[in-house]
Design a binder for this molecule. Structure first.
Ligand code: UT7
Length: 314
């Protein structure tokens, strides 16, 4: 079987920064509560002109440049999103049009905040089986359009953004070593988009309990499948939903703080975009290097979860 890994990364963050203090003017909240309960200090919010597809397109173009590939090299586009511009056409088809990647297959994947991990694992299957050579995976979200800006329980948590990666064959021993995907529909009622209002509704405490339990378990399962130990982990890139969830997972995995990405402070929770945004940030920070063992974990609406263990490099 072929080894499949990430050979290029690109991101987009909207220009507008919304701080916790800005939100104090909208709802009955305060910077101290948001920082201590979530770890968030600011988030980016996309303009009215910028929808999920626009952010996805920018991130995708940057990922292609970063991978030194042309559009003609891409065989499949998968966009993980919960905030598509419309029910259809898919965001992936909009990206395909913008890239002029005529005729190649393109589809959206719905797994909420776990969408990027699900998409990564889906793309890997096509390359591993020799069906396609290069797959463009994008996580793009404009949660600001499905947020009730008068609901302090949710409006302080989310941000907008996009991240894209190019998946391709890499040298044996590198790339994705193991993964675990999971879902539990009985928990769907704890995090959903309300049919009447079209806004995100969440039972924060229940989602928190689920994540605190499932995130470390899923990581441990994937690490075991890879034939590794927690002591082999060089860097941990969890979905950025709450610093307390990340800290609980970090402690359970026995990792030092320096080995864990914490971009939530500046990005907030960007759902399916959070892992590629964090990955790119840490590559830029010099935290992720050739041959490092990286663990990524996503969790969210569905309820869904997924972990990927990979050895970084081509
Ligand atoms: O990416 C998708 C996955 N989503 C998540 O992982 C979210 C998981 N859950 C969480 O991150 C946390 O549950 C929250 C950050 C959403 C909430 O933190 P919490 O410590 O679980 O707080 P809580 O919901 O138990 O609320 C505690 C208090 C409540 O007041 P009372 O009832 O104790 O008087 C809330 O009304 O905090 C109040 N509260 C706020 N206060 C100030 C809730 N939101 C706010 C706010 N500002 N924005």
């Amino acid at each position: 079987m072929k080894s499949v890994g990430i050979i290029g990364v690109g991101t987009y963050l909207p220009e507008q920064v919304v701080t916790n203090h800005d939100l104090e003017k909208l709802v009955n909240t305060d910077d101290e509560w948001i920082r201590t309960r979530t770890g968030i200090e600011e988030r980016r919010i996309a303009s009215n002109e910028m929808d999920t597809s626009d952010m996805a397109i920018i991130a995708a173009k940057k990922a292609l440049i970063n991978a030194s590939l042309d559009v003609s090299d891409i065989d499949l586009i998968i966009v993980a999103t919960a905030t598509a511009d419309s029910v259809f056409p898919s965001v992936a088809c909009m990206v395909q049009e913008a890239l002029e990647a005529h005729h190649i297959p393109a589809m959206d994947l719905s797994a909420a905040c776990t969408g990027f991990v699900y998409a990564l694992v889906t793309g890997k299957q096509f390359i591993e089986t020799n069906t396609y050579k290069n797959v463009l995976i994008i996580g793009s979200e404009k949660f600001s359009k499905i947020i009730d800006w008068t609901d302090r329980n949710t409006c302080v948590l989310f941000g907008d953004g996009a991240g894209a990666v190019v998946l391709s064959e890499v040298s044996q021993g590198k790339g994705i070593l193991a993964f675990e995907l999971g879902a539990e529909g009985t928990g769907g009622k704890h995090l959903f988009v309300d049919k009447q209002t079209n806004y995100v509704a969440m039972n924060g405490r229940e989602v928190f309990k689920f994540a605190a339990r499932q995130v470390p378990e899923s990581c441990l399962n994937a690490i075991k499948k890879a034939g590794l130990e927690t002591t082999d982990i060089d860097y941990f890139v969890p979905h950025q939903a709450n610093t307390r969830i990340i800290d609980a997972a970090r402690e359970r995995l026995g990792l030092a703080k320096e080995k864990v990405s914490a971009t939530i402070k500046e990005h907030g929770n960007t759902s399916a975009a959070s892992i590629p945004l964090a990955l790119f940030t840490e590559i830029e920070n010099g935290k992720i290097n050739e041959n490092d063992i990286i663990v990524m974990v996503g969790f969210g609406g569905g309820l869904t979860w997924g972990s990927v263990v990979l050895r970084w490099g081509k």
